[in-house]
Design a protein around this ligand. Structure first.
Ligand code: NDP
Length: 240
């Protein structure tokens, strides 16, 4: 268990058991925060606290937050990172395929943000960081469900930024490009090469490069940044 200094905040990262979420959790822990990750099964990653949580289930979220509050205090830094893809072209996309992705990626983020907000309001301090995607802003063929969910995070974050800003609570969005994780390793090699050719920096991001941006937005140095969409995409979206 990573020990946090007295200055550390209570942080929760959804989907923090692997991929980008795990890198975010490790970066926040390295900055001295008390960090818990959510996971749906198995054991939490080595050196981190974990809590079982499915973001499609409000009761599961409530139980997870209660445990985090008891263990490390009310959540001050929330990273809504959990997400899924279920790609197919629009004409073949069933309503269930659309709504299940929106439910996990967008409604799930709403659920955790709402649960976190009351504690942040009491503290009069908070950081909410939503992990969107370059395709939330550019669209993606075969990704109407995923792109819509990721675009929705922008409206969600900006509304929260307006509602809670007077209480020193910020809400920001990070829009990663292509990151080397399980999610992208499942792409065919030809598609991976095609993607890299479109990226000005000519490579995938490492999860730690997304995590560094999150750690900055979570810090006191980012106190005057809210409602922002920060691309971390190797130039793919050119700032959108
Ligand atoms: P992974 O597929 O490697 O990990 C996804 C994480 O989300 C896992 O921890 C998974 O938990 C969790 N998760 C999925 N559904 C739920 C749920 N219903 N409740 C709780 N947890 C859930 O993905 P990445 O690390 O690549 O992606 C992380 C985030 O970054 C996602 O939101 C993704 O959309 C976004 N992103 C990723 C990009 C990339 O190129 N990889 C690019 C742009 C954005 P479990 O282990 O239990 O399945």
């Amino acid at each position: 268990m990573t020990q946090a200094p007295a200055t550390g905040r209570s942080a929760l990262v959804t989907g923090g058991n692997r991929g980008i979420g795990l890198a975010i959790a490790r970066a926040l822990a390295a900055d001295g925060h008390r960090v818990t990750v959510t996971h749906r099964s198995g054991e939490p990653p080595q050196g981190l606290s974990g809590v079982i949580c499915d973001v499609t289930d409000a009761a599961s979220i409530d139980a997870a937050f209660s445990q985090v509050e008891a263990d490390q205090g009310p959540v001050e830094i929330l990273v809504a990172n959990a997400g899924i893809t279920d790609d197919t072209l629009l004409l073949r996309m069933s309503e269930d395929t659309f709504t299940s992705v929106v439910d996990a990626n967008l409604t799930g983020a709403y659920r955790v943000a709402k649960r976190a907000a009351s504690g942040m309001l009491r503290k009069r301090w908070g950081r909410m960081i939503f992990i969107s995607s370059v395709v939330g802003l550019s669209g993606g063929a075969g990704q109407a469900n995923y792109s819509a969910s990721k675009a929705g995070l922008v409206g969600l974050a900006r509304s929260i930024a307006r509602e809670l800003g007077s209480r020193h609570i910020t809400a920001n969005v990070i829009a990663p490009g292509f990151v080397d994780t399980d999610m992208t390793q499942s792409l065919p090699e030809a598609r991976r090469t095609e993607i890299v050719n479109q990226v000005p920096l000519k490579r995938y991001a490492e999860p730690s490069e997304i995590a560094d941006a999150v750690a900055f937005l979570a810090s006191d140095r980012a106190a005057y940044i809210t409602g922002a969409v920060l691309p971390v995409d190797g130039g793919l979206g050119m700032g959108h």
